[in-house]
Design a protein around this ligand. Sequence first.
Ligand code: FMN
Length: 149
Amino acid sequence: MKTAIIYYSRHHENTLKLLRAIVQEHSGVTLIDACEAGDLSDYDWIGFASGIYYGQFHKSVIRAAQEKLPRGKKTFLICTYAMRREGYTQRVRTAIEASGGEVLGEYGCLGFNTFGPFALIGGIAKGRPNAQDTAGAVSFYKKMLEGAH
Ligand SMILES: Cc1cc2nc3c(=O)[nH]c(=O)nc-3n(C[C@H](O)[C@H](O)[C@H](O)COP(=O)(O)O)c2cc1C
């Protein structure tokens, strides 16, 4: 099983913390910066992961899903956000659907945010993702793998 996770994680590398935990626990997972995504046809599963920027996955991840995702792939979604809301995965899901792909599942948790006015109060969602959040990401991936066998 070969998995690629196409990601964008710049604000505090919050999303990357989840991805690194998955890579540490599971072999066969390659992390690819969304801006560097090339030919993905060799991978069985493609994950898309991002901090939430203005209510959506970062545009580089959405663009990768629109332009680089081979047809009919199994995919999954991982994100971190400052405030939990519906609809954060909508645009990336639309791109996956357009490629005839399937979304196996999604995982999201809080991520430390110091953007804009939140910096004045020292940020929100301090200390997140925490150990429980990263363990949750690892178990999310493990459960998907178990479901595949
Ligand atoms: C420019 C910018 C826009 C953001 N927009 C949102 C948003 O719309 N909703 C939200 O819950 N968090 C928002 N956040 C907070 C980030 O989603 C959160 O800190 C996330 O964990 C960052 O992930 P990263 O460190 O992996 O890049 C925003 C942060 C930045 C810097």
